[in-house]
Structures are given as structure tokens and as C-alpha cells.
Design a protein around this ligand. Structure first.
Ligand SMILES: [Zn+2]
Length: 763
């Protein structure tokens, strides 16, 4: 999950972040459902649209009739099928056709076959490192939200809605932001004791005699910045009804530790990061010679820290990660750091902590090494480092000249050549910060029928998972029985939480926030402090497993292993994933696969470690675990073999295994669920006009078209180093390589590329 300002996980979502998995990497926001707009299309424009499409489709049919692949495929069309000729189906058919490349052979490269047209007709915007079908939905969502946030404030607006409009207005008020330049930032730095590198410039005046590590460290955490040693309050994985103090290794200034550690591969990126630090310090008036000395030391220090962190691929074993200490034991194990002082500064004064207070330590070895390094490092370097990370995330909130320096860094890291439009950044920031306010979005775009239909599909997908579970030949009966109980106990969140429609409750939720018109910087800081405070205030409170941890205006889906909960925000319940008027096979290729994907997360290499109550405990027999690991290794090896055409890098099969397992399970379950439906309904099988494919083939085409994507080479590097999902091309190809159903539906011969001889199957 992204926090208000970009890279940091916000505290209120932190509790879920370790165990909550998203359907897709990257920004979680942005969408416009077409429902509202369909209603607005006039009868005349529909007629015009139909006439144009009919012409287009006729042309396409004529041109495609000649292609070899197409004539092969048409042989397997079900004779009994009829065509769906509603306006929605005609429009959908045109979109599907435009995205395809029918010259390609589906049995050789199904990604090119399904997405070739889309890839040809799109380019990557200058401010993006990649662009995908998801991006289109997210950009549309931004437009919808802009329309809502931009509306003039009305006397009839409740307090909460009025505030979101004020917050947005303060963000797009570029004139005021430019006039203030760096002043809000330097005032903050002074308040925090000064940024040493600035000398006696505004925001500087740092004095070593006043420095204390725990003071600065806890001040940072009070703004949601968990630096060097992360210490916070999380749901206790071994007893998910309560919370516990936790400590862990930190996030770094660059998204992956590899950027710091492999100069032969990422020297350019590391240099750009150093230039970024130095550039910002100089713009704030620091002496150039001092900047070189100080920032070189900061980078050397952060590189040592990066080297001490454990790679994410080595952190997938929940039992091994979970190390229970008492506060006293932790203080003895890591004597250089005063954890008690830190937690006492952040917890509510009513929460007393004693020597026996439990603390879960997710990185004992890192903690010992880092504490020694911190004790040996000059305070000036540590203060320079911590404040640099704070400055870095606040750069989007100050004037353009600082953002230009940031853009030079992104140019190297992501390959982008311009910064994102201010209004888009503002929409995302406000949506992240106050996501419940997006009831404005729900009211405009989400229909009650979507919720009911999704519920029904979830029931069918769960049944599908259980049928496959029952028939698998590698898990013993005892484990199967408990696995079925986990499925039955899986909860769901669809669309949005009902309470956001209640004026009183919505106002209550945000009662502690005051938005100052014309002072965006202060509004942002206030939100960060509030999130931190809320997080730490929950230590002694029971966990409410029904609480929503995401907003409705998000194009993504999630699974929370500690709640055993699947989540489908309103933002994803739109085409190409779902539409109430779409033929069933499209919905099953779209949201059906997504539902199956999220369900399967409960049984991937990490999710399977949590029981039906969301507790980390071994509930599988040893022999079933051994069988699972063999099959998971097959998936790891398979995906590690895939190379990205953009830069020749390979996928990290270990890092992406959980998502790959979920993709494979999700598509299979959804296809099986659709087959059952099809057997009982001629309506479900009606194909699309102008496309010579049957309903089952179209299910696979829609599945693939959800993932049409363009990457810059830098975008691929960043995705492979930091993402938990395989790049989209291989989310399609990798999943289908393992699918007997797909090979049969497209009649792929035994020696065709898409029909792998070795198929990896778990669920
Ligand atoms: Zn996932």
C-alpha cells in the first residue's frame, strides 16, 4: 500500500501490509466506472456508435477471414452458440478486436495474439515507466475524482466532504506553493533540530551537543517515518485478535537494496540518487564542498545498512521471521539502542510498558549489526541521513525547482522524461489520505447489482477451489479437510464499507483533522502525524477484523492473511474486469480470475502458513508441506526462466512465487466455474459479434487483455527488483503454459510453444 507521499506505508494500513497482498504492483488508485456514463449516452449517439462499429467490424471480418490462424480456430466454434448483439456487446467486441493481433498464432504467443493491437496503438506517457490496461483505468479514475474534488464547496456539504475539497484545493494551489518555495520545509527541519549539511542556512544550525539518537528516531516515527530500525504496533501474527510491539529492518531511500549493492549493474542509478541528495542540499543553500563530504558519507552509511538487510526472497517463512522477545530481552540483545525510550515517546501516555512487554523482532541479526553501526557512526552522518529521507518524501510538496532535481533522478531510475501533472498527483494524494471521502465516487459510479453479482461469483469461485482441492493428488485428507474450512471461513469486502454513506459516522472518522486552506504542506504533515498517532494508539485495542483497510476508489484487489479476507474495492468492478451487462465468460476471464487469485493467496507459499482465523501456525501435515514445496519449486524454476525482451533481465521466480501461484490457481478456478455455468445456460455462451472465437476462447482473451502492458527498460528493471508480481507478459504466458484447459480450448498441438510439456500445477 502506498502512503500519502509515495513510498512509505501509512500507519493505519501497516497492520495489514505485511500480510496483505495486492493484485497488482504500483499505484493502487484511479478509475472511472463506465456505468454512470453509459446511462448518459443518448439514444442518437448509440445509433451512431452502432453504425460506425458495424462498418468497422464488417471490415475486420473480411480482412481476418483470410488469415490462416483464424480459419484454424473457427473449426472449434460451438455450432450451437448464438451471438450477443446488444449495444454493450457490440462496443465490447470492438474493444476486444482493437486490442488483438489476429495475425499472431495464439498457440505460439498468446500475449501477442491478445495484446498486439493494444501495444501497437499505445505509447508510454513521458511521466510513466510503464503503461498498461490497468493504467488506463487508473487514469480514468483520476479524471472522475478530479471532477468530484474540483466541485465548488456547497453549504450543504457535510464537514468531511467540505474538507476533502479544501485539501485538494490547497494541493493544486501552485501559486501559493511556489511563493512559499522551501520555507515550510526549512521551518520543519529547524523544528527537528536542523539538517547538518545546511550549515548556518535556514533549516540548518544543527548542534551535535543537542543530538540524541532516540529523540530524532522517535520524532521521525511520529511522522510515519520508520528509519534505520522500524518500531511500530502490528497485529500479532500468532494471535491475530490482538496487537503487539514489533521491530523490523527498515525501508531504504531507493526501493531495492540491490541498487546500493551491485555497482556493476546499478552504478548509474546509485550515482543519480547521490546527485539527487546533493542537488537538493545545494538548492537549500548548503556549501558545495560540505555537501560533497556529508552526502558521500550518507551514501556510504546507507550502503552499509542496505548490506545488513535481509533480501525479501529470504523473508517468506513466517515462522522463521517471527522472533518473540520481551522488551528487556531486546534491550539486552541490542544494548546500543534504547527501545523503551522510543516506544514511550510514541505510545499514548496511558499505555505503560514494562520489562515483560512482548516485542516481535522480525530481524534479530539486522538489529544487532545495525545497532553497532549506528553507535560507531558520527551523529552528523546519522542526522544527515534521517533528515535526508524526510526531505526526499516532502519534495513533491514544495516548489518546482526541487521537483526538477527529483525528476532528473527519476529520469535515470524510471526512464521518465517529465513529471506527472500536478492535478493527478493531488488526486492520488487526497485519495490515499482520505480514502473514505471517496463515497462521492461510490455514489456516482457503483451500482448495488455489482455487489450482489460479485458476491454470487465469489460463492462459485470458492466452490470451484474446493472441487479442485478435493481432486488434487498431493495433499493428504487431513490437510484437505482443514483447507476446506479455511475457504468456508474466508470473509469478503466488496465495493465500499456501508458506514461511509452515514454523514455522522463519516464526520466522526475524520473529526481530528482540520484542513487549512492555502497551506498544503501543513495539511500533509498533519495527516502523517495523525496516521502515526492512530497506529500507536491501537496497541491495547482488540483487532476489528471487519474494518476496511482500503478505500473504494482503487483499481486493485487484496487478500489479508491475518484476517482471512478477500477485498474487491468498487474501483475494480468495471470493464474489462466486470460489467453487469457483459457476457459471463468476460466477467469470468476478468473479475472471476481476480477472485480466484485472491482466494488462492490463502494457500500460496506465504498465505498457507496462516490458519482460517488468520493465525501463523502450522496447520498442514509435514508430508503435505513437502509435496507443496516441490510443486512451488516447479513454479519458481519456471518463472525464473523467463527473460524480459526490454532489457534481457530474468524474473525473480522466488520473489514472485506467491503471486504466480495465485495467478495459476485463479485462472483455473475461474475457467472451471464458468464451464459449470455454461452447461446450464445457453445465454452464457452467446459469443461476441465480429469475433470468430467461442465463449471459452474469449474468456482467455479477456484474461490476457487485462494485462496488456508497455514497459521502458528502466521500468522493467525497477519492477523486477521491487515487484512481487511477474511482469504482465508473463502473468499471461506463464499461467497459460501450465494450463491443459487453455491448450484444449485453443486446440494447441503438443509441440506448440504455449502448450508446455512440463506443466507446474498446485491448485
Ligand atoms: Zn496477488
Amino acid at each position: 500500500m502506498r502512503g500519502l507521499l509515495g513510498d512509505y506505508v501509512s500507519m493505519t494500513e501497516r497492520n495489514d501490509s505485511k500480510a496483505q497482498l495486492a493484485l497488482e504492483d504500483g499505484l493502487e488508485i484511479r478509475t472511472k466506472s463506465t456505468h454512470g456514463h453509459n446511462r448518459a449516452i443518448s439514444a442518437i449517439s448509440i445509433l451512431l456508435l452502432l453504425a460506425t462499429l458495424a462498418l468497422l467490424i464488417a471490415l475486420i471480418i473480411v480482412s481476418n477471414a483470410k488469415t490462416k490462424n483464424q480459419s484454424q480456430l473457427s473449426e472449434c466454434i460451438h455450432q450451437t452458440e448464438q451471438t450477443c448483439n446488444t449495444a454493450h456487446c457490440v462496443k465490447t467486441a470492438a474493444n476486444v478486436i482493437e486490442s488483438m493481433n489476429m495475425e499472431a498464432n495464439p498457440c505460439e504467443d498468446f500475449y501477442e495474439y491478445s495484446c498486439g493491437g493494444w501495444i501497437k496503438s499505445h505509447t508510454i506517457p513521458e511521466d510513466r515507466s510503464s503503461f498498461s490496461s490497468f493504467s488506463v483505468l487508473r487514469e480514468n479514475l483520476q479524471v472522475t475524482l478530479k471532477g468530484l474534488f474540483d466541485k465548488p464547496k456547497l453549504d450543504s456539504d457535510i464537514h468531511a466532504i467540505g474538507m476533502v475539497k479544501d485539501f485538494y484545493a490547497s494541493c493544486i494551489d501552485v501559486e501559493t506553493i511556489e511563493a512559499k518555495d522551501a520555507q515550510p520545509l526549512t521551518e520543519l527541519l529547524t523544528e527537528l533540530g536542523g539538517w547538518p549539511v545546511l550549515g548556518n542556512q535556514p533549516g540548518g544550525d544543527w548542534r551535535e551537543v543537542d543530538y540524541n539518537f532516540e529523540d530524532l528516531w522517535s520524532k521521525m516515527a511520529s511522522y510515519e517515518l520508520f528509519l534505520l530500525v522500524e518500531g511500530f504496533v502490528e497485529v500479532n501474527e500468532k494471535n491475530s485478535m490482538v496487537r503487539v510491539l514489533t521491530v523490523d529492518q527498515p525501508m531504504l531511500g531507493m526501493e531495492s537494496r540491490d541498487y546500493f549493492l551491485d555497482d556493476s549493474k546499478y552504478g548509474k542509478e546509485k550515482q543519480a540518487y547521490l546527485n539527487f541528495m546533493k542537488g537538493v542540499a545545494k538548492l537549500l543553500g548548503a556549501d558545495p564542498t560540505q555537501v560533497d563530504t556529508d552526502m558521500d558519507a550518507v551514501l556510504a552509511f546507507e550502503t552499509k545498512i542496505a548490506n545488513m538487510t535481509v533480501p525479501s526472497t529470504e523473508r517468506r517463512d513466517g515462522e522463521a521471521n517471527y522472533n518473540l522477545f520481551t522488551l528487556k530481552e531486546l534491550d539486552e540483545d541490542v544494548p546500543q539502542i534504547n527501545f523503551r525510550k522510543y516506544f514511550e515517546a510514541l505510545l499514548p501516555s496511558t499505555d505503560t510498558i514494562v520489562d515483560s512487554e512482548p516485542v516481535v523482532n522480525y530481524s534479530p541479526e539486522y538489529m544487532r549489526q545495525a545497532a553497532k553501526l549506528i553507535a560507531e557512526t558520527p551523529p552528523r552522518t546519522i542526522a544527515n541521513y534521517m533528515l535526508w529521507l524526510f526531505v526526499k518524501i516532502l519534495i513533491p510538496e514544495i516548489s518546482q525547482r526541487f521537483r526538477d532535481v527529483q525528476q532528473q533522478y527519476y529520469n535515470v531510475l524510471k526512464g521518465t522524461s517529465s513529471s506527472t501533472a500536478r492535478w493527478r498527483e493531488c488526486v492520488d494524494a487526497i485519495n490515499d489520505a482520505m480514502n473514505c471521502y471517496c463515497r462521492m465516487y461510490v455514489a456516482e459510479t457503483f451500482s448495488g447489482a455489482s455487489k450482489e453479482n460479485t458476491k454470487l461469483m465469489i460463492t462459485k469461485l470458492k466452490q470451484s477451489f474446493k472441487t479442485l482441492l478435493e481432486s488434487n493428488d498431493w495433499m493428504d485428507a487431513a490437510t484437505k479437510k482443514v483447507a476446506a474450512e479455511k475457504i468456508d471461513g474466508m470473509q469478503e469486502h466488496i465495493g465500499y464499507p456501508d458506514w461511509i454513506m452515514d454523514d455522522v459516522k463519516l464526520n466522526e472518522k475524520y473529526a481530528d483533522i482540520t484542513i487549512t486552506a492555502g497551506d498544503y504542506f501543513t495539511n500533509v504533515l498533519q495527516n502523517m502525524r495523525l496516521n502515526s498517532k492512530i497506529g500507536f494508539s491501537k496497541l491495547r485495542l482488540p483487532v476489528d477484523k471487519t474494518e476496511w483497510s482500503t478505500g473504494p476508489a482503487i483499481v486493485n484487489a487484496f487478500y489479508s492473511s491475518m484476517k482471512n479476507l478477500i477485498i474487491f474495492p468498487a474501483g475494480i468492478l468495471q470493464p474489462p474486469f466486470y460489467h453487469e451487462n457483459s457476457p459471463d465468460y468476460l466477467n469470468y476471464g476478468g473479475i472471476g480470475m481476480v477472485i480466484g487469485h485472491e482466494i488462492t493467496h490463502g494457500f500460496d507459499d506465504r498465505g498457507r502458513q496462516y490458519d482460517k482465523e488468520g493465525n501463523l501456525i502450522q496447520w498442514w501435515t509435514n508430508s503435505s508441506i513437502v509435496s507443496f514445496k516441490e510443486r512451488a519449486q516447479c513454479i519458481v524454476d519456471q518463472y525464473s526462466g523467463y527473460e524480459m525482451p526490454e532489457n534481457g533481465m530474468h524474473i525473480n521466480g522466488k520473489q514472485t512465487q506467491g503471486e504466480n501461484i495465485a495467478d495459476n490457481g485463479g485462472l483455473k478456478q475461474s475457467y472451471k466455474a464458468y464451464r459449470l455455468l455454461e452447461q446450464n445456460s445457453q445465454e452464457a455462451m452467446k459469443s461476441l459479434p465480429g469475433i470468430d472465437l467461442n465463449s471459452e476462447q474469449l474468456l482467455y482473451v479477456n484474461f490476457a487483455q487485462v494485462w496488456c502492458t508497455l514497459f521502458r527498460p528502466e521500468g522493467v528493471t525497477s519492477r523486477l527488483l521491487t515487484g512481487y508480481h511477474s511482469p504482465d507478459r508473463y502473468r499471461v504466458i506463464g499461467t497459460l503454459h501450465n494450463s491443459d484447459d487453455f491448450a484444449r480450448v485453443f486446440q494447441c498441438s503438443a509441440d506448440s510453444a504455449m502448450n508446455s510439456k512440463k506443466k507446474c500445477v498446485i491448485w
